[in-house]
Design a protein around this ligand. Structure first.
Ligand SMILES: NC(=O)c1ccc[n+]([C@@H]2O[C@H](COP(=O)([O-])OP(=O)(O)OC[C@H]3O[C@@H](n4cnc5c(N)ncnc54)[C@H](OP(=O)(O)O)[C@@H]3O)[C@@H](O)[C@H]2O)c1
Length: 155
């Protein structure tokens, strides 16, 4: 499979890319240091071409700015930009990595992760992106949620 990894060069992203490649998949890196700024003004226009032929996007991008406003702006902007580009490019799966219990801590960085979950879940509800997943981890272990067809969803 061809899988785009937003945040491919990060602490988590590096392992995601290594695991994908080890399993024989093609990883398409999306990060500033590999030439893709997901917060750039022209990201919505340029990203669909970058996602062409992708079977899924795994979003492990992140910001080291922990303040509520800046982190909400980052995760809100990046998540909406990715999902819109995926719709345009016909990418059927989106996986976002959140933090266990983020929605129960409505402050700062955690609130921005809860916002990210909300945006992905709303997309999932609308059905426009096929299977939109929002898994939580790592914390108390990788989370799973039941899918609409009853089978578990794993990250
Ligand atoms: N690390 C953990 O223990 C942990 C636990 C739970 C959840 N998470 C979640 O997992 C995600 C990744 O965490 P992490 O610790 O791996 O973060 P990280 O090491 O800070 O990596 C962030 C990644 O995002 C990329 N990035 C930042 N700004 C970008 C932009 N404007 N456009 C494109 N790419 C951008 C960075 O690459 P460039 O700098 O090259 O752009 C880097 O690849 C976050 O959403 C975090 O909340 C992490």
């Amino acid at each position: 499979m061809r899988i785009a990894v937003a945040g491919a060069t990060g602490a988590l992203g590096r392992h995601v890319v290594a695991q994908l490649e080890e399993a024989g998949h093609e990883a398409v890196p999306l990060s500033r240091s590999t030439g893709t700024d997901l917060t750039a003004p022209d990201a919505a226009r340029t990203l669909p071409a970058r996602l062409e032929g992708a079977d899924a996007v795994i979003d492990v991008s992140g910001t080291n700015v922990l303040s509520s406003g800046a982190s909400r702006a980052f995760f809100g902007n990046v998540t909406r930009t990715l999902l819109a580009a995926e719709r345009e490019a016909g990418v059927p799966h989106h996986v976002a990595v959140s933090i266990v219990g983020a929605a129960r801590v409505p402050v700062g960085y955690y609130a921005s992760k809860a916002l990210q979950e909300e945006i992905v879940t709303a997309q999932e509800g609308a059905g426009g992106c096929g299977t939109a997943r929002c898994c939580r981890g790592p914390g108390r272990g990788w989370g799973t949620r039941p899918s609409t067809n009853g089978s578990p969803r794993h990250l």
